[in-house]
Design a protein around this ligand. Structure first.
Ligand SMILES: [Cu+2]
Length: 241
């Protein structure tokens, strides 16, 4: 009758591992902005290429281990300087790296481009230890305070331009679900754009240690339909943009 607990005992490590792994999220989020989706596609490409290289490499290692395992004390035939093989294992990795570089360059250019006509311009100011978001054209400002993370509302499906500044020390604007991070550096304006295709609420935070209350530099971005956005602006006495 008392066997069950004993048997269960053997499964404790597996159960504990399952619990820990269950709390993990494997891989990157899919990318909540159009730019983020571009980056997610690049991640996937890198993952697949790495998987292919891994399968081939481990396959060849296993093949060599079993095919050429020790069968007697006699030394097998020793070969060296096999030029075609050496050329192949030099050229192929170089080609893979060049191709990945080209894809990365293309994605980076698309993600950081400022060609589109932004429908919202957002001045983002990082300071110790919160954020100030100013909709210059709409006359609206959102400032966070201690234990009061700010929520920035933005219209869905419209390009947003961010002008990122830092008042005191270096901070970093980071929204994990956007798969995007940019430093805020005193004396410098970092500009970038993003478009959020679907409504949602996304948590952002400062990603550069900037002093004692660095961890309090949390903010939220909320993407809503245009009508809701206009109402939100009007409630704050803004508009006219
Ligand atoms: Cu900071």
């Amino acid at each position: 009758v008392n066997e069950a607990p004993g048997r269960l005992h053997r499964w404790w490590p597996a159960l504990a591992a399952l619990l820990v792994l269950g709390a993990c999220r494997f891989g990157a989020p899919p990318g909540a902005t159009e730019e983020g989706r571009d980056i997610a596609a690049l991640y996937r490409l890198f993952g697949l290429v790495a998987l292919g290289v891994g399968v081939i490499t481990y396959g060849l290692i296993l093949w060599a281990v079993f095919r050429y395992r020790r069968r007697s004390d006699a030394l097998p035939e020793q070969t060296r300087y096999h030029v075609p093989t050496e050329v192949a294992y030099t050229v192929i990795p170089v080609l893979i790296v060049l191709a990945l570089f080209a894809f990365t360059y293309r994605t980076d250019r698309r993600v950081t481009s400022l060609d589109s006509r932004p429908s919202v311009v957002l001045d983002v100011e990082a300071f110790q230890w919160q954020w100030r978001f100013t909709y210059r054209e709409l006359g609206v400002e959102v400032v966070g305070g201690p234990d009061r993370p700010p929520t920035v509302v933005l219209p869905v499906g419209e390009p947003v331009r961010v002008n990122l500044r830092a008042v005191d020390v270096i901070h970093a604007f980071y929204v994990p679900e956007f798969l995007f991070k940019r430093d805020a550096i005193p004396g410098l304006v970092n500009r970038f754009e993003f478009t959020i295709p679907r409504p949602g609420r996304f948590r952002g935070a400062c990603a550069e240690f900037c002093g004692l209350d660095h961890d309090e530099m949390v903010f939220f971005i909320e993407a809503v339909p245009r009508g809701d956005f206009d109402r939100w602006v009007a409630e704050r006495g803004g508009g006219g943009g």
